[in-house]
Design a protein around this ligand. Structure first.
Ligand code: PLP
Length: 384
């Protein structure tokens, strides 16, 4: 059709229905499909866990958006993560970025470790350390990248890490939740698998939990498809419909939210209450040149540290009115949270622990001036 994401986001997975002409994919609730004689499947569908037309529309859409040949949908981002980790065997090692969503770390450390898969964390911006880890006695068979990372917005060079991993025979997985395929296309940069919490920007409206994986590898897709069905963490047809509906406006939402995030990040750097701002679009971000090479825009997530420790961070986050104090991110409405006691509580005391005074913003699509005023009022209201 085209490889322009703005157009793909609107049309991928949505051929008008040949029977009715409906331009929107139907929510197909049937859990089973009539067979014309044993094994005579009409549209390739047999049973709702193994395949469903609404889910297929979503899977086709994420494959198109990520420049993949296969897309897979799951009941949540973590269900997608779980299914990617099924690619590992007991005794395998996983090398993970030292700044990832707390739940990703918890799954690796608290669940998969019990099944004989060890996870090491590392600053994936340090390419020498990555090469050394991959050349060690027991090299990892998978490298897990999250970029920009949650919550410190570290930016990792996907092409460079993917090359080092491939040379060592390891798979590269990129959690592309923060960037979305509109801003960054990891498979084009050499990653083997790309993963999303569709709960975030792809859904875009804080009303659906979902996960997606895309790949260009027939072999990986076959294994993933097997486990998708065997383990059964599939999304409902209605949830697939909601994610597809969210994807239609992805490009315009990302353009607007990213522009506002850039303006707010700059403004925050000028505030005396703020000790550090983490946003990939700032001129002094340590990976500025890489951001320009790897991402269309720096995105709509940012975090900042406040003088006054966790108490000030908590008071500030409780004082905003338009920025809703809540976990999650990536929706039309702006959200605020304090990662240490909230989204990243599960990494407390580990090498992944985050600064206690850190505040994270998910910038939505409201009027920029209203968002800025909301933050300004919160600075006043939370002053010691
Ligand atoms: N990856 C990232 C970057 C996330 O932020 C999250 C959730 O916050 C997940 C994965 C997990 O997704 P879900 O909550 O849909 O299971």
């Amino acid at each position: 059709m085209t490889d322009r994401i703005e157009t793909l986001a609107v049309h991928a997975g949505a051929e008008p229905d040949p029977h009715t002409g409906a331009v929107v994919p139907a929510i197909q609730m049937s859990t089973t499909f009539k067979q014309d004689g044993v094994g005579g499947l009409r549209g390739g569908f047999e049973y709702g866990r193994s395949g469903n037309p609404t889910r297929l529309a979503l899977e086709d859409a994420i494959a198109a958006l990520e420049g993949a040949t296969h897309g897979l949908a799951y009941a949540s981002g973590l269900a997608a993560t779980q299914n990617v980790l099924y690619l590992l065997e007991p005794g395998d090692r996983l090398l993970m970025s030292d700044d990832v969503y707390g739940g990703t770390w918890r799954l690796a450390d608290k669940v998969w470790r019990r099944y004989g898969i060890e996870t090491d964390t590392i600053d994936l911006r340090d390419e020498r350390a990555v090469a050394a880890a991959l050349a060690g006695d027991r090299p990892p068979s998978m490298v897990w990248i999250e970029t920009p990372s949650n919550p410190l917005l570290k930016v990792i060079d996907i092409a460079a890490i993917g090359r080092i991993a491939a040379d060592a025979g390891a798979l590269t997985v990129v959690d592309n939740t923060f960037a979305t395929p509109y801003l960054q296309r990891p498979l084009e940069l050499g990653a083997d698998l790309v993963l999303h919490s569709a709960t975030k920007y792809l859904g875009g409206h804080s009303d659906v939990i979902g996960g997606l994986v895309a790949t260009r590898s027939d072999e990986l897709a076959e294994q993933l498809r097997f486990h998708q069905n065997a383990a059964g963490a599939v999304p409902s047809p209605f949830d697939c419909f909601l994610v597809l509906r969210g994807i239609r406006t992805l490009a315009v939402r990302m353009d607007r939210a990213s522009a506002s995030a850039a303006a707010l990040a700059k403004w925050l750097t000028e505030r005396s209450e703020v000790s550090a701002v983490h946003y990939p679009g700032l001129p002094d971000h340590p990976a500025r040149e890489l951001v320009e090479r790897q991402m269309r825009l720096p995105g709509a997530m940012l975090s900042f540290e406040l003088h006054g420790g966790e108490a000030r961070a908590r008071a500030f986050a409780a004082a905003t009115r338009l920025f809703t104090l809540a976990e999650s991110l990536g929706a039309v409405e702006s959200l605020i949270e304090v990662p240490a006691p909230m989204t990243h509580a599960s990494v407390a005391g580990s090498a992944l622990a985050v600064p206690p005074s850190l505040v994270r913003l998910s910038v939505g699509i409201e009027a920029l001036e209203d968002l800025r005023r909301d933050l300004e009022a919160a600075f006043d209201a939370s002053a010691p």
